[in-house]
Design a protein around this ligand. Structure first.
Ligand code: AMP
Ligand code: ZN
Length: 446
């Protein structure tokens, strides 16, 4: 039985699906720059969630959205649209910027061996639906217009503060003087933004008689409504999404469709790097290609991410990444061992799955993998569960290579060390080494 921590109830709960197919929505990237390793952690943890559900026999339908419009630099409906900012930086159009970073993100996604969502949903493909949702919210009395856009009146939704346990009075008291005078409540947010005369905003659609674009949170509510139907089973995101983005998605869904958005809400924590926040000024905004340049594969990184818990604060260091790399190689070499001698697992995989079923405790599952006797069949299941390419990256050696291993052994017993060394070098060129054990020599990957 899968148990997961539900942010909506602040409790670990038994997972009970709503229907035949488990409907999942993952808030995806804003495609205005390359993803850094911090951004990627979420997709790695949610990949484990999907793989775990599948291992438990569930059918999953998942959407991952790509935000290509409306996400402003500040979460308070102020500042530039992130896509416009990317376009200025790169001297490209917003559409080109979106294409570039959607491609890059999908490439990272593949190299990390993440299970593809059933639907990649691009925000700009749902503009009609956004407009209908705003119409519905307005008809139901949840919005008001300002010179700047259509705003959600959060005082109309009684449960607005519940999800994030917001202190609305405190927020109101702390509001900056002069801050958006036309807003009725400090927590009100734009569901649709108007583009003023002379304002630079290339992505624009005519609605309510003028050009504009959707507010950021709306896409998630409308995509879910159109593609999955609310309520869905599981909605995932980063912890930063709780107080604004997800709170607003829930409010919009209620106002437009009168329904709850999701039964379970999962949020992953942030990572630090060498004890610091990830930030340009610290020069620690690493992408997967930066790791690759330092000799670490995307899967070494995935190995590192899953060695800790999604709700924990994790500190990334290159030493810990090195340890993850060594661990992954050690696991591959245990697969190599399975090719060379009979190893019968004793139901160890069940325990590993149990650990993951316990609120995705991959750290405990990893410790079990380290310390259990595992058959080749177990390793195949482990690989399915974690998506680490353990099997694909651990091929059996060819007959010729096997013959070389035996020849080296013979040369050594005959004290022909020159020949033995020559063969050792040949094997090394194929990424293979021979280790002497109490059971005789065995080959390993380097
Ligand atoms: P940003 O581009 O900084 O707005 O980040 C996009 C999303 O990536 C955020 O909403 C977070 O959920 C996630 N994210 C950003 N930084 C980190 C981090 N250091 N660790 C984990 N997730 C992060
Ligand atoms: Zn979202």
């Amino acid at each position: 039985m899968l148990r997961i921590y539900n942010t909506a109830t602040r409790k670990v709960e038994n997972f009970k699906p709503l229907g035949e197919v488990v409907k999942i929505y993952t808030c995806g990237p804003t495609v205005y720059s390359e993803a850094h390793i911090g951004n990627l952690t979420a997709y790695i943890y949610w990949d484990l969630l999907v793989r775990c559900l599948r291992t438990n026999g569930y059918n999953v339908k998942r959407i991952l959205n790509l935000t290509d419009v409306g996400h402003l630099v500040s979460d308070a409906d102020e500042g530039e649209d992130k896509l416009e900012k990317g376009a200025e930086r790169e001297g490209k159009t917003v559409w080109e910027v979106a294409e570039t970073y959607i491609d890059k993100f999908k490439k990272d996604y593949k190299t990390l061996e993440l299970v593809e969502p059933e639907i990649w949903a691009r925000a700009t493909d749902y503009i009609e639906e956004d407009m209908s949702a705003v119409d519905a919210m307005t008809e139901r009395g949840f919005t008001y217009e300002t010179t700047d856009g259509v705003y959600y009146d959060t005082s109309k939704f009684e449960r607005y503060a519940d999800f994030a346990k917001l202190d609305l009075e405190g927020l109101q008291a702390g509001a900056r003087v002069g801050f958006s005078d036309e807003k009725k409540n400090v927590s009100d947010f734009a569901v649709w933004k108007f583009i003023r005369e002379g304002e630079k905003h290339a992505m624009r659609w005519g609605y309510l008689g003028r050009p504009g674009y959707p507010g950021w949170h709306l896409e998630c509510a409308t995509i879910i409504h159109k593609e999955l139907g609310e309520p869905i089973d599981i909605h995932t995101g980063g912890i930063d999404h709780i107080p604004i983005h997800h709170t607003n998605e829930i409010a919009e869904c209620y106002a437009a469709y009168g329904r709850d958005l999701s039964k379970y809400w999962l949020h992953c924590n942030f990572i630090t790097i060498d004890g610091e926040k990830i930030s340009k000024s610290l020069g620690n905004v690493y992408s997967l290609s930066d790791l690759d340049e330092r000799g670490f594969s995307a899967l070494d990184y995935k190995m590192w991410v899953l060695s800790g818990h999604y709700q924990g604060t994790r500190n990334f260091t290159f030493e810990s990444l090195e340890a993850a790399k060594v661990r992954r190689l050690a696991w591959r070499n245990r697969i190599a061992e399975c090719y060379q001698k009979e190893i019968s697992g004793c139901g160890a995989f069940e325990k590993i799955l149990e650990a993951v079923n316990n609120n995705l405790n991959s750290a405990e599952a990893y410790a079990l993998v380290d310390n259990s006797e595992l058959s080749l069949e177990d390793w195949k299941k482990i690989d399915e569960l974690f998506g680490l390419r353990l099997i694909a990256d651990s091929p059996k050696i060819s007959e010729e290579t096997q013959a070389l291993v035996l020849e080296r052994e013979k040369a050594r017993t005959e004290k022909d060390f020159a020949r033995a060394d020559e063969i050792r070098d040949k094997l090394a060129a194929q990424g293979i080494t021979v280790k002497d054990t109490s059971d005789g020599p065995i080959w390993q990957y380097i």
